[in-house]
Design a protein around this ligand. Structure first.
Ligand SMILES: C[S@@+](CC[C@H](N)C(=O)[O-])C[C@H]1O[C@@H](n2cnc3c(N)ncnc32)[C@H](O)[C@@H]1O
Length: 341
């Protein structure tokens, strides 16, 4: 570029330079309990500092930064939660995202610090970051607390996305849904709420089921949801005319995906369906940014990646599925429906 050529606007680069500071401010405000304490009553920085046992001047800077991020509002000397902080950042809220935030702060932050090595070697960073070398989900679930934080993280996003996913296609003709790797059961709950004639089974590793039972029990469709523990790569799958896989395929290699899809295909009756919830990459992978970032996240912590609708279609057709349709949603997840002829 010559001396006289106008320089490009640096805004994008500056925004990206600062982006990690914004995330970390929210993560640590959640982790310190700022939003939970302010949910009890608005408080000044000195009063909150005493309650949280932190440095008052430093806390004031954190609180002011949260005001700038629209997570807090300030009335005189008192800070108070904004509506979005009350709904998403307080640990007692049914729509909390605090599980995913805490997981991002406590686990993923350190894994992402090794992104460069993940790109060099093309593998996840569990061993490098935490010395963990076992099956993938034994790393995610290495302690009871890690299991809960991870699944509640999935739950926060699921609460937002599952109502869109289950209404992306008309599923009213199906009688029994089995949600494989169903986590907390948010997709099964959303499906039963949307389709009054549907019953569902949440199928997951046995250690994940107690949380699913607890969450489903509090839902208005508790009497239509069952639970079954097992390994979807090996154990017999429950009977269903509709299976779902929500954020499962993006965890695994293509060989494992083909194995899992074949097992689902074999178990379905003719006319049965498979509903997939994933964020779809554009055909040329130039966006959306959310899916691209998620694909890097998958590189850092799984064996998988995000894919285009064309790539999912190819995998589904390989095992026999036909009529593959995709539906892009404004929510964090898109939907794909495939049928067994
Ligand atoms: C990324 S989470 C997605 C959870 C849920 N579908 C959602 O969207 O919130 C992956 C889920 O797959 C489950 N899972 C992993 N390996 C499994 C296996 N071999 N058999 C059954 N479930 C498995 C995990 O316990 C976890 O609940």
């Amino acid at each position: 570029m010559t001396e006289s050529a106008p320089k490009p606007d640096p805004k994008n680069v500056l925004d990206l330079l600062f982006a990690f500071r914004l995330s970390k401010t929210m993560f640590d405000a959640v982790s310190l309990g700022v939003f939970d304490a302010l949910a009890e009553r608005p408080q000044s920085a000195p009063s909150l500092a005493e309650r949280l046992e932190v440095n008052s001047d430093a806390l004031e800077r954190l609180l002011d930064a949260c005001v700038g991020l629209k997570l807090l509002a300030k009335n005189g000397a008192d800070y108070t939660n904004t509506p979005e902080a009350s709904v998403y950042l307080c640990s007692q809220s049914p729509d909390r995202m605090t599980g995913y935030i805490n997981y991002s702060n406590d686990v993923m932050w350190s894994m992402w610090a090794n992104l460069k090595d993940a790109v060099r070697e093309g593998t996840n960073r569990w061993k490098q970051t935490y010395g963990l070398d076992g099956p993938l989900f034994s790393s995610f679930y290495r302690t009871e607390e890690a299991l809960r934080e991870f699944l509640m993280g999935m739950h926060g996003f699921g609460q937002i996305s599952s109502p869109h996913v289950v209404s992306a296609f008309d599923l009213a003709r199906f009688k029994h849904l089995v949600d494989l790797g169903g986590g907390t059961g948010h997709l099964a709950i959303a499906a039963c709420r949307q389709y009054p004639g549907l019953t569902a089974t949440v199928y997951d590793l046995p250690e994940a089921l107690p949380l699913a039972r607890q969450i489903a029990a509090a839902s208005p469709v508790a009497d239509r949801i069952r639970f079954e523990g097992g390994d979807f790569f090996q154990d017999p799958l429950p009977q269903a005319d509709l299976f779902s896989l929500g954020r499962i395929l993006h965890d695994w290699t293509e060989a494992k995906i083909v194995r899992l899809l074949s097992r689902v295909y074999e178990r379905l009756p003719s006319g049965g369906g498979l509903l997939i919830a994933e964020k779809l990459l554009d055909d040329d992978k130039s966006g959306p940014s959310w899916a691209q970032m998620q694909s890097l996240n998958m590189l850092v912590c799984t064996e998988g990646k995000e894919r285009t609708l064309g790539e999912y279609t190819e995998l589904l057709q390989k095992v026999g599925f036909r009529n593959v349709r995709g539906s892009r949603n404004p929510s964090p997840l898109d939907a794909v429906l495939a049928l067994k002829p």
